[in-house]
Design a binder for this molecule. Structure first.
Ligand code: BGC
Length: 718
């Protein structure tokens, strides 16, 4: 980048131009460079091979011949420098894009994205992304494959861990925050375009079929928000939508993304997703797959190698217009200009201070923890005068808190829950530890030790959940309980009568009815990264009052899936007094924990919901004020959430939609009036005429601490 801290979008192309290019306007530079390139060199710019941390000899040779646009998985200063040097030895000296999955941290692992979304704190999330981008750039990486913004309504799908959950508004806010944060130092990629999270049956890579309306209203908004925030690249998804694979969909990449949304960056395929057009059955040969993808607008071919090895012949035979290749190449070159690579291909920024990065990771982890239950105020724990049993296979585990993607995160940097608790209590309490069992084993031999520890203790902290690789890519599950014999361990510890605090670590919502009914205190911590144990201990002992809110619904049973708060009403909404309504005969229709839900160690009262105006025009902004009081005995933060319901429209509308939120921190006894704003234009939905409309009429408005509670009023749109 030209200026070290300037967001990429503000970087002037002119200022970044290189000695390798003649002095003229940027557009002319690129045109004249393009005019001097052979067809093979052009296709080379569209080729993205994967290295194994360093480019191998063959790959370096490719770069020296100007036949690679970049590499993925080259990182570390030296490896990056070596790859760039090879590219600069080529005829046109075009530097490389060096891409990596810096999803929630490069060296310093932050909480997984789903956890960060639980913070409802876009500023903090932006800061975390900025730090990750900075660490990555310091290691020679100039492009990240993040943010992943796929809406996920199905917790069987392991990649729910990588996104911001089920809500298009929260997802959009987080998408824009991450793009801004990352792009201070590296190019960002919004992925996976599109609707990848709607894989049938939650099975990764599976087919997707959905209405245009659901696509527009639910799945696309976070992508649009990333584009509006200036994201540099878009990655196409593996799935098909209604029979059209996303990596060969001219409608998605050209009509919608470029023409309708005005996206001016470049599009990259997902890993071999161009080649997979053969398996999808829409191309009969490599060349045909490449032609389909490139002409659809997929500029860069990740890993398949098809553009480089199969498209020259098609261009020469006029089956692909040269202009299509040129356009794609220009988009890649523009991204390199935008990064300032022509000016300084090696640009080495200093790595951020490791302590500062960890301190930020700890703050982010604090904000990501969701207190699901706290019966009888078991939490926070007193620091002294008790024996604490710390039990479970995740209690002293340094690997799993790193989560499914952890770039250069190292397990030795992870503070476990046991270590965090020990650091907190020092010598003032006795801490006993027993794993009890392994995460997925069937062996119960360790139960006796765990039960004995619980018996001796005043409280048992039981740390259970998933392995880091049980969520993320290719990690769909059909049962969402605790793996292995962990449930039995929990029951055995609970049977001792010692109060149990269940600390969950997992990459997706788990279904834990037994615990929800019987265990007095439950903390959902997702995977919190290197500071997991410190942050969890801070919350357990009340140094930090939890403030996270669920970005996804937690169902009661697997059979309820998909279950999400912004569902439509149906013609027969569930009613206890009428059998012939939309419900189950064996389980309630409601979730165990709703979207937006989370407790605090204090309590809040919401009152005096008022609107500045209750009749609004299409160009107006709704202004709703509410007074919140901290009615408990500790300082705490509530997340004020504003939802609307369009009462009568030309198509069916969700029963609630989140439109604004705000974190509000209050001292005990303090109250404050806050105002939330929603532009009337943001009430639009995909209407019957296949465009966004705000239809006049009356709306219900709810303001409260979750999607299932709140004060209510109404307003009219004229
Ligand atoms: C994933 C992407 C990732 C890419 C590169 C793919 O398998 O779907 O999310 O960015 O690999 O590692």
């Amino acid at each position: 980048m030209c200026e070290s801290r300037a967001p990429l979008i503000r970087v002037l192309l002119v200022g970044c131009l290189t000695a390798a290019l003649p002095a003229a306007t940027p557009a002319q530079h690129l045109d004249s460079l393009l005019a001097r390139m052979t067809l093979e060199e052009k296709l080379g710019q569209l080729h993205l091979p994967s290295a194994n941390q360093r480019a191998n000899r063959e790959q370096l040779d490719l770069a020296r011949r100007g036949l690679a646009g970049g590499f993925l998985n080259v990182h570390g200063r030296e490896a990056a420098r070596q790859a760039q040097q090879a590219a600069l030895a080529a005829r046109h000296k075009i530097p490389l894009l060096l891409g990596l999955d810096v999803i929630h941290g490069y060296r310093t692992t932050f909480p997984i994205p789903l956890a960060e979304a639980s913070s409802f704190d876009p500023e903090l999330v932006e800061a975390a992304a900025r730090m990750a981008g900075r660490e990555a750039r310091a290691a020679g990486v100039n492009w990240t494959f993040a943010p992943m913004v796929d809406i996920a309504r199905d917790p069987r799908w392991g990649r729910i861990a990588e996104g911001s959950g089920e809500d298009p508004y929260l997802g959009s806010v987080m998408a824009a925050a991450r793009v801004r944060g990352f792009q201070e130092h590296v190019l960002a990629t919004v992925k996976h375009f599109a609707a990848y999270g709607a894989a049938e049956a939650g099975r990764d890579y599976n087919t997707v079929d959905m209405s245009d309306r659901t696509l527009r209203d639910i799945y696309l908004p976070p992508f649009k928000a990333a584009v509006d925030a200036g994201v540099a690249s878009v990655m196409t998804a593996f799935n098909d939508i209604g029979g059209v694979p996303a990596s060969g969909s001219a409608w998605l990449t050209d009509t919608l993304l470029r023409r309708e949304w005005g996206f001016d960056g470049f599009v990259v395929s997902d890993w071999t997703s161009v080649l997979e057009l053969l398996q999808h059955g829409v191309a009969g040969s490599r060349a045909e797959a490449g032609r389909l993808a490139l002409t659809a607008g997929v500029d860069m071919d990740m890993v398949s190698g098809i553009y480089l090895d199969s498209l020259a012949a098609l261009v020469r035979a006029n089956r692909i217009p040269l202009a299509v290749v040129d356009t794609a190449v220009k988009r890649i070159l523009r991204a390199k200009v935008r990064l300032g690579l022509f000016t300084d291909p090696y640009r080495e920024i200093p790595a951020p201070n490791a302590n500062a990065a960890r301190a930020l990771a700890r703050r982010m982890a604090h904000a990501s923890i969701v207190l699901l239950k706290n019966e009888g105020n078991v939490l926070p724990l007193a620091r002294s005068a008790q024996t604490i049993a710390v039990i479970g296979p995740l209690a002293d585990n340094q690997l799993e808190p790193l989560g499914p993607w952890h770039a250069q995160g190292r397990r030795q940097d992870v503070v476990t829950v046991l270590a965090g608790i020990r650091a907190h209590v020092g010598t003032s309490a006795q801490v006993l530890h027993a794993a009890g069992c392994a995460i997925e084993d069937t062996a119960t031999a360790g139960f006796a030790e765990a039960v004995a520890a619980a018996r001796r203790a005043g409280v048992a902290i039981v740390v259970l959940g998933e392995r880091h690789d049980m969520s993320g890519e290719a990690a769909s599950r059909t049962s969402l309980g605790l793996p292995g014999v962990q449930q039995r361990l929990l029951e055995a510890v609970h049977a001792t009568g010692t109060p149990v605090v269940l600390v969950l670590m997992n990459g997706r919502p788990l279904i834990l009815e037994w615990a929800a009914e019987r265990v007095p205190a439950i903390l959902e911590t997702w995977f919190l990264g290197v500071e997991a144990g410190s942050a969890i201990a801070d919350v357990l002992f009340g140094t930090v009052n939890p403030s996270g809110r669920l970005p996804v619904t937690i169902p009661r049973t697997l059979g309820q899936i998909p279950l999400y708060y912004n569902h439509r009403n149906t013609g027969r909404p569930p009613s206890d007094s009428d059998k012939f309504t939309s419900k189950y005969i064996d389980v309630p229709v409601t979730p165990r924990y709703p979207f937006g839900y989370g407790l605090s160690y204090t309590t809040f009262a919401y009152r005096d919901l008022k609107l500045a105006a209750a009749r609004l025009g299409q160009r107006d902004t709704l202004r709703a004020s509410v007074t919140i009081a901290n009615t408990g005995r500790r300082e705490g933060t509530t997340v004020v959430q504003l939802y609307v319901r369009d009462e009568v429209a030309s198509v069916t509308r969700p029963v609630r939609e989140l439109k604004a939120f705000q974190r509000v921190t209050l001292r005990p006894g303090e109250s404050r009036t806050v105002e939330l704003r929603v532009a009337v234009a943001d009430l639009a939905f995909w209407g019957p005429e296949r465009r966004f409309v705000v239809e006049p009429g009356s709306f219900r408005l709810f303001v409260g601490p979750s999607s299932a509670e709140g004060l209510e009023t109404r307003f009219e749109v004229r």
